[in-house]
Design a binder for this molecule. Structure first.
Ligand code: ZN
Length: 598
């Protein structure tokens, strides 16, 4: 027997431009295509489409009157009441200028006998349900439309507009004053000279760089050894110095929109507030571009004159040319794996070329980044040759996996009992999340009820938005806390056999990659999440005599096994001397530095 078809209408909207509720740019399908999709969708779900409502060239923000077909649909739902379901391709077709508008629209539809909103993308939203609070359902739908991103987007747009308008008058809209300055009087939008010591630091940085031709690293190093506190973080780095040298604020210029940091809205090259294009997965700030930058010269007191500032830029530009030549084809296998135990910074790879007796010798070595970035006051000159450390590590990795396999075969080893007191960070965070979630829920409900007082509503929505940001941050913390040092619970662990198979695969992969290519090897280290801390314990003897370096290696490997993400935390200290640099390879146990294979 053929089931009875449910009468439905379809609502289509084609906007000139726009983004989805999640902030991504919409690739507009043509109306014909949307229509085909909805027709198929209706047929598959047992609906008969009795009418089409199509609004063209409008965006979801537009208020009443600008979406004539949408309004017609509301009217006809009330007057004719001949359809039960509305079909559309995406829930954000329904987004309106305000939460209240959506709420009223949905209530109108519900009173007109509409029972559900069925979206191709998000699925079905019931407006009426057995035993459920109907208002609650509508509320959920409204929050789905307006919750999260969409909610912040609107706020973001408003803020972006306000900031833009202030900036075009040469006024700052809050935020910390740049290093060496303080914010002027409240709401003045200006900055004034700050701590004289800091002012002096900025001046001396320019002076050292431009007049005395010191490197940025030298300057950073000097500031570190003088114990000068950097604008952020613990140490001055060459980047910190560079940021100061490149900041136009020090020549008295006010800039706005140089870094396009807006999450949803940025200024385009014409200075209009537009929706931001999709960002990369790292959510990094935009590269500074000249598009839509607002500048006011002589906006405040300068710390250096135009000429000095420009000289600094020219000198920096001259470095950039040589840096571009430093790109490399083959990857450094151990970059990001090796960590200097003296300062905690990563070690990075370098290709070294040396001439000796007319012959050229090449090797790859890893150097402590702490030294390079922050200077000698932070760390010593620690290097290790790849040919010395890599074979040793490859052997260790294989051994670690073999050990993990052996451990899994043993029945219920002691380390799987979690006698230790459970870390209560997780439960604390979960509690705060619950509390905050409740606050947000109540806040959102309050928003729906507070119709008349625009000011109150704005205030409330600001607060809710703050909570939402806090919520996101807490959630991230929770994720971290959950993943950190998770004891493997034997009873709930993934099936041992499965783990063993995974480990066997890993072992095989390691062997294949290690013997084949550098890229593969690097991938193995990355996937294993291997981190190796190196400590240099050096017995120096008299100049010209033997110098020995002994390395104490600690490998802390957390293994990720397939999708299960069962992580075995194998923290072990291997007290094995490994030869370190070319001039200290005598009298050292060499057994680890061989691969073991012929
Ligand atoms: Zn170091």
């Amino acid at each position: 027997m053929k089931p009875k078809l449910i009468p439905a209408v379809a609502y289509l909207r084609k906007s000139t431009k726009g983004t989805r509720a999640d902030g991504t740019e919409r690739q507009e399908n043509s109306l014909a295509q949307q229509r085909r999709e909805i027709e198929q969708f209706a047929a598959a779900n047992g609906y008969i489409i009795i009418r089409w409502y199509i609004d063209e060239g409008v965006s979801g923000w537009k208020r009443d009157g600008k979406r004539p077909q949408f309004d017609r649909m509301l009217r006809e739902a009330k007057e004719l009441g001949d359809f039960r379901v509305i079909l559309c391709d995406d829930i954000d077709r329904f987004s309106r200028a305000g939460v209240m508008d959506v709420f009223t629209d949905l209530l109108t539809l519900k009173n007109g006998g509409v029972v559900a909103l069925h979206c191709v993308k998000q699925g079905k939203y019931d407006l009426v349900g057995a035993g459920q609070n109907d208002i609650g359902r509508v509320l959920k739908l409204v929050i789905d439309i307006h919750g999260g991103n969409d909610f912040s987007r609107k706020l973001g747009r408003r803020l972006a507009l306000t900031r833009r308008n202030k900036a075009s008058e040469g006024k700052r809209s809050g935020g910390n004053a740049p290093y060496g300055y303080n914010n002027g009087e409240k709401n003045s939008g200006t900055i004034v000279l700050g701590d004289p010591a800091k002012v002096q630091v900025v001046k001396s940085i320019f002076n050292r760089f431009v007049c005395e031709f010191h490197s940025m690293l030298y300057i950073a190093n000097e500031l570190n050894s003088q114990g000068v506190k950097p604008p952020r973080g613990k140490h001055w780095s060459n980047q910190t110095v560079k940021n100061i040298l490149q900041n136009e604020v020090y020549k008295g210029t006010f800039t706005y929109n140089l870094k396009k940091t807006g999450e949803f809205f940025i200024l385009n090259k014409d200075g209009e507030v537009v929706e931001a294009p999709e960002r990369g997965p790292l959510r990094q700030a935009w590269k500074p571009t000249e598009d839509g930058v607002i500048r006011h010269h002589d906006a405040h007191e300068a710390l250096v004159d135009q000429k000095t500032w420009q000289a600094a830029q020219d000198r920096i530009a001259s470095f950039a040319k040589s840096a571009r030549l430093r790109t490399r084809e083959t990857p450094f296998v151990l970059t990001g794996v090796l960590v200097c135990d003296h300062c905690g910074n990563r070690m990075y790879g370098v290709d070294v070329k040396k001439k000796y007796n007319g012959k050229v010798f090449r090797h790859t070595e890893y150097r402590c980044e702490g030294r390079t970035r922050f200077g000698a006051s932070v760390c010593g000159n620690h290097t290790i040759r790849e040919e010395k450390i890599l074979p040793f590590l490859m052997e260790r990795m294989k051994a670690e996996i073999d050990e993990a396999q052996a451990e899994l075969i043993r029945p219920k080893p002691e380390r799987f009992f979690s006698d230790e007191p459970v870390d209560n960070t997780v439960s604390e965070l979960e509690q705060s999340l619950r509390v905050l979630g409740e606050k947000i829920r109540i806040g959102k409900e309050g928003l729906l009820l507070e119709v008349k007082h625009a000011r109150l509503r704005n205030e409330l929505s600001d607060t809710v938005n703050e909570w939402l940001t806090e919520y996101d941050a807490l959630e991230e913390q929770l994720l971290h806390a959950k993943n950190a040092n998770k004891p493997l619970d034997w009873d709930n662990a993934p099936i041992t056999d499965q783990l063993l198979v995974e480990l066997a695969n890993w072992r095989k992969w390691c062997e294949d990659s290690f013997s084949h290519d550098r890229l593969g090897t690097r991938e193995v280290f990355r996937q294993l999440g291997a981190q190796v801390r190196l400590r240099w314990t050096c017995e120096k003897k008299q100049w010209g005599k033997e110098i020995r370096n002994y390395y104490q290696l600690a490998t802390d490997c957390s293994y990720r096994l397939g999708e299960q993400q069962a992580s075995l935390n194998l923290a072990k200290v291997h007290q094995a001397p490994v030869e370190g640099s070319s001039n200290c390879n005598r009298g050292v146990d060499r057994s680890y530095s061989r691969t073991g294979k012929g």
